[in-house]
Design a protein. Structure first.
Length: 426
């Protein structure tokens, strides 16, 4: 056969290969876009308790699409990040602790939620890393924060009886609301300071004001402490005179307001307070009793704990209710570190601390070294959020459910992958 004939025979094969390659590339691009849209819908639904059915069903769809993507791509979407090691250590140890739980079925379900959060984290890291996607997610988060804060302010009515004076906005409880505000307020502050788009910068400033006022009206002392930490860390990180002045003004007004309320003394004259114990040590004493019992239970099973999951401690503490005089013990650890250590053992608690430290350190390092404006925005928000959320979760264990998923979304948006391309499984 002549070379000419051989060339003619090879041309159809080359054309077919080219068509197959373009078809495969087109399919992957379509899958990428679809996954990004599904992720956007999923993330948007997280703060709204009324959209829980969307959150659950969209996650199932997301997992199906990710599996299809892996098959078509003949690879995976897991990218190397600076927090891989502590995250794997935490997840693995929690998984090892499940068989030792007092209720293994419940703990396995909670462990499955932790795996879900990890999948969402790596999905966000891979599919939402461009500046366009970071800007898109900023708009979603800031828009949700504005809507949530406005609805919370609308709910507040100083003439209501104390029993019904809690504001909870779309989150389902005032504790979830104040945790959500402390998670998203740092992003609005970073947007107000760093974003190059004037209208979005103004929206970020407005979101800051609305969320701070909404936070005050929750009358959450843990939330207020977290707000103070985030504000002080912001001033120390940015080192701008105007920002420092604003932070000092906010702290001063807050402390003066708290002092005035404490001076009033007779809380019956303050109908806008949600409960009459807000200006007393009642809740702190109640939590302290739970922390003491939690420490005892942690020493009983220090290696693998008594069962991962927020409800485990309620089961362990049931025999201790009704016997104490005075302030009753809180029905829950009200502390994330304590809850994890009691549930999955001291090593899990140490892994959690390692994980939070690594996330915060990564955010600060990326903020200082980054050139991309949107990377700096998300990195600053992440650094502020981790400190504030750690303080907030020292008084209420809210690193659970949709709020935990939202936490991992924000971490995924901020943490830059060390290797962007997928790795082949062949």
């Amino acid at each position: 056969m002549s070379s000419h004939e051989s060339g003619e025979n090879s041309m159809p094969n080359a054309k077919v290969a080219g068509i197959d390659l373009r078809a495969s590339s087109s399919l992957l691009q379509s899958l990428d876009q679809t996954i990004r849209m599904v992720l956007g819908v999923y993330i948007f639904s997280l703060p709204f308790s009324g959209l829980l059915f969307i959150e659950r069903n969209v996650f199932i769809l997301l997992v199906a699409l990710l599996i299809i993507w892996c098959v078509v791509n003949k690879g995976h979407f897991f990218s190397h990040t600076p927090i891989d090691l502590p995250l794997v250590a935490f997840v693995v140890w929690v998984g090892l602790s499940v068989p030792f739980s007092v209720t293994p079925g419940y703990s396995f379900g909670e462990f499955a939620k932790l795996l879900q959060q990890s999948i969402v984290f790596y999905g966000v890291v891979y599919f939402l890393q461009s500046s366009k996607h970071k800007l898109w997610m900023i708009v979603i988060f800031i828009g949700s924060l504005v809507a949530t804060s406005l609805y919370g302010l609308w709910q507040f009515d100083p003439s209501e009886t104390r029993k019904y004076a809690f504001i909870q906005s779309f989150l389902g409880s005032e504790v979830a609301l104040t945790t959500y505000l402390m998670m998203t307020l740092p992003l609005s502050a970073a947007v107000a300071i760093l974003v190059p788009i004037p209208w979005l910068r103004g929206t970020g400033m407005g979101a800051c004001v609305l969320s701070v006022v909404c936070q005050f009206l929750t009358f959450s002392r843990g939330g207020l402490a977290a707000l103070f930490v985030e504000a002080i860390v912001l001033a120390g990180t940015i080192r701008n005179r105007a920002i420092t002045t604003i932070v000092i003004a906010v702290l001063t007004v807050s402390l003066v307001g708290v002092g005035v309320l404490l001076y009033v003394g007779d809380q019956s004259k303050l109908p806008f307070l949600p409960v009459k114990t807000k200006l007393t040590t009642y809740n702190l004493v109640s939590r302290w009793k739970a922390w003491e019992l939690g420490f005892e239970k942690m020493l009983e099973h220090p290696l693998f704990g008594s069962g991962y999951g927020k409800n485990t401690f309620k089961q362990l503490s049931q025999p201790y209710f009704g016997d104490e005089a005075g302030v009753p013990m809180a029905q829950g650890t009200h502390n994330t570190l304590m809850d994890i250590s009691v549930g999955a053992g001291v090593p899990a608690g140490l892994a959690y601390l390692w994980l939070m430290w690594t996330i915060g350190r990564t955010g600060l390092a990326q903020f200082r070294a980054g050139n991309d404006q949107y990377v700096k925005i998300w990195s600053l928000a992440l650094f502020l959020m981790v400190g504030g959320l750690f303080i907030r979760n020292s008084f209420d264990h809210m690193w659970v459910g949709s709020l935990a998923v939202m936490f991992w979304v924000m971490v995924g948006m901020a943490v830059r992958p060390e290797r962007r391309e997928s790795r082949s499984v062949n």
